[in-house]
Design a protein around this ligand. Structure first.
Ligand code: GLN
Length: 282
């Protein structure tokens, strides 16, 4: 058995990686293997030790990280809004810029209202489940084409002990419903097919292509969703869509064509237009 501090110093030396980033990564990996928090590893390292098998697992995980696999996919965990979400190779890694959508909904609706939320292409469920945790009286439905993604979203729902939220494996084009929603959210695929090979390795090789590929124009999903959402929204309903770099004016045009009124385009921490809110024109 070896103490964690000794292991951390051995591995940072072995791979010539003595910097804060790698120490943070090693602590997260050890936390995953030992099923303990980074705080325990930082503040009570004497309580955590590892045997040879565990150190072997750690080295394998470290090598995956050094080959550009995102840490979240290695430790199956990613923080988003107020919670940690389970993630795997079947879902898009939750990104901090997507939290803007949760923020935008919170700014426009009262947390005490009995709202109905619909999330299109829910993936890990991070947007919808974050909303459900903020709006205790709401009802939510998340759709995804991928059965594996739906399994992840359901797992996250159970982990967060959230009620009144369902997930359905279905193509949104085939989704028929006779009820109306107050809020539709989506972070749909919006990368042009031709751009996918040029994405960074950590996205291209580890995020599901289904969650990235927005077709030839990159806006196939936005076109489809804007057409469908108009029928599914209540008269005071709003839609919140994530968009990629340089897509704001095209998405506005698509939404206007489908009789939406643009309310707000929000920028992310890099100053890029990242999310759009539109209301039903009555
Ligand atoms: N934001 C992702 C990226 O950086 C794309 C996610 C999406 O297509 N919805 O590649």
């Amino acid at each position: 058995m070896k103490s964690v501090n000794l292991i951390i110093s051995e591995y940072t030396k072995k791979y010539g990686l003595k910097n804060g980033e790698i120490i943070r990564v090693l602590r997260s990996i050890i936390g995953k293997i030992k099923n303990t928090s980074s705080e325990t590893i930082i503040f009570s390292p004497e309580k955590v030790s590892m045997n040879d098998d565990e150190t072997h697992i750690l080295e394998n995980m470290l090598l995956r990280y050094l080959k550009k696999e995102p840490l979240s996919k290695i430790i199956n965990r990613k923080a988003f809004w107020n919670h940690d979400f389970f993630v795997n190779e079947h879902v898009l890694d939750p990104r901090s810029e997507t939290e803007i959508i949760v923020q935008m909904v919170l700014e426009r609706f009262s947390v005490t209202s009995p709202l109905r939320f619909l999330d299109l292409g829910t993936g890990s469920g991070c947007i919808l489940l974050s909303l459900m945790s903020e709006f205790p009286h709401a009802i939510g439905l998340g759709l995804d084409l991928s059965q594996e993604a739906i399994r992840v979203a359901i797992h996250n729902r159970e982990k967060l002990k959230l009620k009144n939220v369902d997930f359905l494996k279905i193509d949104w084009n085939s989704f028929l419903c006779n009820q109306k929603f107050d809020v539709i959210v989506s972070n749909p695929p919006y990368v042009k097919t031709s751009h996918i090979p040029k994405l960074g390795k950590s996205v291209r090789d580890y995020d599901p292509v289904l969650a990235l590929d927005g077709g030839k124009s990159g806006l196939r999903a936005h076109e489809e969703i804007s057409g469908l959402a108009r029928k599914w929204l209540s008269p005071h309903g709003k839609i919140f869509l994530e968009i990629g770099r340089g897509q704001a004016s095209k998405v506005q045009k698509i939404l206007r064509k489908n009789r939406f009124k643009i309310e707000k385009i929000e920028t992310d921490m890099n100053g890029l237009e990242r999310a759009i809110c539109a209301a039903v024109c009555v």
